[in-house]
Write a protein that binds this ligand. Structure first.
Ligand SMILES: Cc1cc2nc3c(=O)[nH]c(=O)nc-3n(C[C@H](O)[C@H](O)[C@H](O)COP(=O)(O)O)c2cc1C
Length: 180
Protein backbone atom coordinates (compact mmCIF):
# COMPACT_ATOMS: atom_id res chain seq x y z
CA UNK A 1 0.00 0.00 0.00
CA UNK A 2 1.24 3.53 -0.76
CA UNK A 3 1.13 6.54 1.50
CA UNK A 4 -2.29 8.04 2.21
CA UNK A 5 -3.41 11.07 4.18
CA UNK A 6 -3.63 10.57 7.94
CA UNK A 7 -6.05 12.71 9.88
CA UNK A 8 -4.95 13.94 13.30
CA UNK A 9 -5.18 12.42 15.92
CA UNK A 10 -5.44 9.00 14.24
CA UNK A 11 -2.45 6.77 15.05
CA UNK A 12 -1.04 9.41 17.47
CA UNK A 13 -0.35 6.86 20.24
CA UNK A 14 1.40 4.53 17.77
CA UNK A 15 3.50 7.45 16.54
CA UNK A 16 4.54 8.38 20.10
CA UNK A 17 5.53 4.74 20.68
CA UNK A 18 7.75 4.80 17.57
CA UNK A 19 9.21 8.15 18.70
CA UNK A 20 10.01 6.60 22.08
CA UNK A 21 11.86 3.81 20.29
CA UNK A 22 14.14 6.37 18.61
CA UNK A 23 12.88 5.61 15.11
CA UNK A 24 12.06 9.14 14.07
CA UNK A 25 14.20 11.56 12.07
CA UNK A 26 13.63 15.29 12.17
CA UNK A 27 14.79 17.01 9.00
CA UNK A 28 15.84 20.64 9.32
CA UNK A 29 16.89 22.82 6.42
CA UNK A 30 18.59 26.19 6.78
CA UNK A 31 19.38 29.14 4.56
CA UNK A 32 21.72 27.19 2.28
CA UNK A 33 18.83 24.87 1.36
CA UNK A 34 20.68 21.72 2.46
CA UNK A 35 18.57 19.36 4.59
CA UNK A 36 19.99 17.42 7.56
CA UNK A 37 18.40 14.44 9.39
CA UNK A 38 18.62 14.09 13.19
CA UNK A 39 17.27 11.25 15.31
CA UNK A 40 14.77 12.34 17.95
CA UNK A 41 13.00 10.50 20.76
CA UNK A 42 11.49 13.34 22.77
CA UNK A 43 8.49 15.26 21.53
CA UNK A 44 4.72 15.57 21.60
CA UNK A 45 1.63 15.57 19.47
CA UNK A 46 -0.97 18.01 20.69
CA UNK A 47 -4.00 20.05 19.78
CA UNK A 48 -3.52 23.77 20.41
CA UNK A 49 -4.86 26.99 18.98
CA UNK A 50 -7.36 24.74 17.15
CA UNK A 51 -4.52 23.14 15.23
CA UNK A 52 -2.79 19.76 15.25
CA UNK A 53 0.76 20.34 16.44
CA UNK A 54 4.00 18.33 16.65
CA UNK A 55 6.40 19.57 19.32
CA UNK A 56 10.09 18.83 18.82
CA UNK A 57 12.78 19.41 21.47
CA UNK A 58 16.11 20.36 19.95
CA UNK A 59 19.21 20.94 22.05
CA UNK A 60 20.90 24.21 21.12
CA UNK A 61 24.27 22.54 20.59
CA UNK A 62 22.98 20.59 17.55
CA UNK A 63 23.58 21.46 13.91
CA UNK A 64 19.83 20.94 13.58
CA UNK A 65 19.29 23.82 16.02
CA UNK A 66 21.19 26.17 13.69
CA UNK A 67 18.98 25.04 10.79
CA UNK A 68 15.76 25.37 12.82
CA UNK A 69 16.73 28.93 13.70
CA UNK A 70 17.21 29.77 10.02
CA UNK A 71 13.89 28.38 8.84
CA UNK A 72 10.29 28.07 9.97
CA UNK A 73 9.55 24.58 8.73
CA UNK A 74 10.68 21.06 9.58
CA UNK A 75 9.62 17.52 8.76
CA UNK A 76 9.17 14.43 10.90
CA UNK A 77 9.91 11.02 9.37
CA UNK A 78 9.13 7.57 10.84
CA UNK A 79 11.38 4.66 9.90
CA UNK A 80 11.08 0.88 10.11
CA UNK A 81 13.29 -1.18 12.41
CA UNK A 82 15.41 -2.24 9.46
CA UNK A 83 16.89 1.29 9.48
CA UNK A 84 18.51 0.79 12.88
CA UNK A 85 22.00 1.61 11.54
CA UNK A 86 20.87 4.80 9.81
CA UNK A 87 18.95 5.96 12.90
CA UNK A 88 21.97 5.33 15.06
CA UNK A 89 24.25 7.28 12.72
CA UNK A 90 21.85 10.22 12.52
CA UNK A 91 21.68 10.24 16.33
CA UNK A 92 25.42 10.19 16.94
CA UNK A 93 27.04 12.06 14.05
CA UNK A 94 26.56 15.76 13.44
CA UNK A 95 25.75 17.67 10.28
CA UNK A 96 28.50 20.06 11.40
CA UNK A 97 30.99 17.36 10.35
CA UNK A 98 29.35 14.85 8.01
CA UNK A 99 26.86 14.62 5.18
CA UNK A 100 24.44 12.11 6.70
CA UNK A 101 22.70 11.50 3.38
CA UNK A 102 25.94 10.19 1.90
CA UNK A 103 26.72 8.13 4.99
CA UNK A 104 23.27 6.53 5.23
CA UNK A 105 22.03 6.46 1.64
CA UNK A 106 18.70 7.84 2.87
CA UNK A 107 17.01 10.01 0.24
CA UNK A 108 15.75 13.56 0.78
CA UNK A 109 12.80 14.33 -1.53
CA UNK A 110 10.38 17.21 -1.98
CA UNK A 111 7.61 17.65 0.57
CA UNK A 112 4.08 18.67 -0.45
CA UNK A 113 3.71 21.97 1.41
CA UNK A 114 7.06 23.03 2.83
CA UNK A 115 10.55 23.71 1.47
CA UNK A 116 12.18 21.34 3.95
CA UNK A 117 12.68 17.88 2.50
CA UNK A 118 11.04 14.68 3.67
CA UNK A 119 12.71 11.24 3.68
CA UNK A 120 11.59 8.88 0.97
CA UNK A 121 12.37 5.69 2.92
CA UNK A 122 10.15 6.74 5.84
CA UNK A 123 6.77 4.98 5.95
CA UNK A 124 5.15 8.06 7.48
CA UNK A 125 5.93 11.75 7.01
CA UNK A 126 4.71 14.89 8.76
CA UNK A 127 5.21 18.39 7.35
CA UNK A 128 5.31 21.19 9.93
CA UNK A 129 5.33 24.98 10.03
CA UNK A 130 6.68 26.50 13.24
CA UNK A 131 4.02 28.59 14.99
CA UNK A 132 5.57 28.94 18.46
CA UNK A 133 8.89 28.31 20.18
CA UNK A 134 10.14 28.49 23.72
CA UNK A 135 13.46 27.94 25.42
CA UNK A 136 13.62 25.56 28.32
CA UNK A 137 14.49 27.57 31.44
CA UNK A 138 16.34 25.63 34.11
CA UNK A 139 14.59 27.69 36.82
CA UNK A 140 11.27 26.18 35.74
CA UNK A 141 12.46 22.59 35.48
CA UNK A 142 12.16 19.87 38.11
CA UNK A 143 15.48 19.45 39.96
CA UNK A 144 15.66 15.68 39.56
CA UNK A 145 15.30 16.05 35.80
CA UNK A 146 18.09 18.65 35.78
CA UNK A 147 20.34 16.23 37.69
CA UNK A 148 19.47 13.32 35.39
CA UNK A 149 19.64 15.05 32.04
CA UNK A 150 21.35 18.43 32.23
CA UNK A 151 23.89 18.50 35.06
CA UNK A 152 26.96 18.50 32.89
CA UNK A 153 25.41 20.95 30.44
CA UNK A 154 24.35 23.74 32.77
CA UNK A 155 27.78 25.36 32.85
CA UNK A 156 27.92 25.26 29.05
CA UNK A 157 24.42 26.75 28.97
CA UNK A 158 23.09 24.15 26.57
CA UNK A 159 19.46 23.25 26.90
CA UNK A 160 16.52 22.27 24.73
CA UNK A 161 14.36 24.58 22.69
CA UNK A 162 10.78 23.56 21.97
CA UNK A 163 9.53 24.01 18.41
CA UNK A 164 5.76 23.80 17.98
CA UNK A 165 5.05 22.86 14.39
CA UNK A 166 1.56 23.10 12.97
CA UNK A 167 0.95 19.85 11.11
CA UNK A 168 0.22 20.91 7.54
CA UNK A 169 0.33 17.44 6.02
CA UNK A 170 0.58 13.94 7.47
CA UNK A 171 0.65 10.85 5.27
CA UNK A 172 1.93 7.34 5.44
CA UNK A 173 1.50 3.64 4.84
CA UNK A 174 -0.81 2.83 7.74
CA UNK A 175 -0.34 -0.91 7.24
CA UNK A 176 3.27 -0.44 8.38
CA UNK A 177 2.53 1.55 11.54
CA UNK A 178 1.81 -1.50 13.68
CA UNK A 179 3.99 -4.03 11.91
CA UNK A 180 7.32 -2.17 12.06
C1 LIG B 1 17.57 7.62 20.15
C2 LIG B 1 18.05 9.05 20.12
C3 LIG B 1 17.15 10.06 20.40
C4 LIG B 1 17.55 11.41 20.39
N1 LIG B 1 16.64 12.39 20.66
C5 LIG B 1 17.01 13.70 20.58
C6 LIG B 1 16.04 14.75 20.76
O1 LIG B 1 14.84 14.52 20.96
N2 LIG B 1 16.48 16.03 20.71
C7 LIG B 1 17.80 16.35 20.48
O2 LIG B 1 18.16 17.54 20.44
N3 LIG B 1 18.74 15.37 20.28
C8 LIG B 1 18.37 14.07 20.32
N4 LIG B 1 19.28 13.07 20.12
C9 LIG B 1 20.69 13.43 19.85
C10 LIG B 1 20.95 13.85 18.39
O3 LIG B 1 20.27 12.99 17.50
C11 LIG B 1 22.46 13.80 18.11
O4 LIG B 1 23.16 14.64 18.99
C12 LIG B 1 22.80 14.15 16.67
O5 LIG B 1 24.12 13.72 16.40
C13 LIG B 1 22.67 15.63 16.36
O6 LIG B 1 22.81 15.82 14.99
P1 LIG B 1 23.04 17.24 14.32
O7 LIG B 1 24.23 17.89 15.02
O8 LIG B 1 23.32 16.93 12.87
O9 LIG B 1 21.80 18.04 14.52
C14 LIG B 1 18.90 11.74 20.10
C15 LIG B 1 19.81 10.71 19.81
C16 LIG B 1 19.39 9.37 19.81
C17 LIG B 1 20.38 8.28 19.47
Amino acid sequence: MGKTKINFPNYASEMIQILKEGRVLLVGQGKDGKPNPMTIAWGAMMFAWNKPVFVAMVRNSRYTYKLMEESNTFTINFLGKEYHKELSLCGTKSGFNVDKWKETKLTPVNAKTVETKIIEEAFLNIECKVIFTNDMNYEDLNKTIIEQHYQKHISGKTSHKFYYGEILEMYGDTTKIKKT
